[in-house]
Design a protein around this ligand. Structure first.
Ligand SMILES: [Zn+2]
Length: 319
């Protein structure tokens, strides 16, 4: 055996994978050749140094990918020389790699397979474009907002956390607390149609004499109607709120104040007119008479000035 062939076989011999028929000539050459002995000793020395390094177990994935890449690389090499011999012994090699982490480190370290092994490994492990998208807790509904993004280093994989708005429906009596709670929220909804419908429903409840409390916490139906009367930008909604408040104008000072405020300040003539009618049970009140007097002389709308004046006269004739 010559030097070149011996050095090709040194690694195989070192790991006990040299075919029997080559073992004799190999040993014989080593005994005669100092340079090749030095080469073998160098491998021993490297192995001893590697043994001092922390042991890293290659992942099954790495082994599988290594095998694939090695096969590909060997296919591109002419059918003789070191690599074709390596291929013959490949399965035994894989076994060695599994049980010899130091060898795995060596293979990676010396740039096995032309130095681009690591690159190929990373390329092979990049997510495929058609990889399925994974969901956790998947539900129906529109995506409301993105709450966080987690990037995987050196990869195109990202994890996006988000909240969904899941539509639900509740059905129940207008008197049930759950439905009422929802309706109270609907009274301030951003959609005008929803506000109008909700306030209309709440107003009917009050007019029908169902529970229409003005809770101390300001969360009762009556409180909601007061808020709508004062702040809703839609005149139709304010009118409906007025209707619902009608039964309480005589007994609830807050309702009376809100109606007087509407009479003086509401930009919509229809709302102001409705307020005059609503105040009829309390026309004799001094605060009410004062507002009626002001409106009868100062309102821009002649019809409202007349209506206020008439309301004052009626109240006066009763007295
Ligand atoms: Zn030699």
């Amino acid at each position: 055996m010559k030097c070149e062939a011996t050095r090709d076989n040194i690694l195989l011999a070192y790991y006990g994978e040299l075919p029997d028929e080559l073992a004799g000539p190999f040993e014989q050459h080593l005994a005669e050749c100092e340079e090749c002995r030095a080469e073998l000793n160098a491998i021993h020395a490297l192995e001893q140094r590697l043994a001092l390094l922390p042991v890293v177990e290659p992942s099954p994935n790495l082994i599988a990918q290594s095998r694939l890449r090695l096969d590909e690389a060997l296919d591109m090499i002419p059918p003789h020389g070191l690599f074709s011999r390596l291929r013959t012994n490949f399965f035994a090699w894989v076994g060695h790699v599994r049980h010899a982490p130091a060898l795995a480190t060596l293979l990676l370290g010396v740039g096995f397979l032309g130095g681009n092994f690591v690159d190929k490994y990373q390329v092979a492990h990049q997510p495929r474009p058609k990889a399925p998208v994974m969901f956790t807790n998947q539900t129906q509904g529109a995506i409301a907002n993105i709450t966080g993004i987690v990037e995987t280093p050196d990869s195109e994989l990202v994890q996006v956390h988000y909240n969904r708005v899941v539509p639900e429906t509740m059905e129940g009596s207008l008197d049930s607390p759950e439905i009422r709670d929802l309706l109270l929220k609907g009274a301030t909804a951003s959609t005008e149609g929803i506000r109008s419908q909700t306030v209309s429903l709440l107003a009917s409840e009050c007019k029908a004499g169902h529970s229409c409390t003005s809770g101390d916490d300001g969360k009762g139906i009556r409180s909601a109607l007061l808020v709508s009367l004062r702040y809703d930008k839609d005149a139709g909604v304010r009118l409906k709120a007025l209707e619902g408040l009608q039964p309480y104008v005589g007994q609830d000072q807050r309702v009376r104040d809100a109606v007087l405020e509407a009479l003086m300040r509401d930009p919509n003539a229809q709302v102001r007119t409705a307020a005059i009618g609503l105040l009829e049970p309390v026309h004799q009140d001094s605060s009410v008479r004062q507002v009626l007097r002001t409106v009868s002389t100062q309102d821009e709308n002649p019809y409202i000035r007349t209506a206020s004046f008439n309301a004052l006269q009626d109240a006066g004739s009763i007295q």
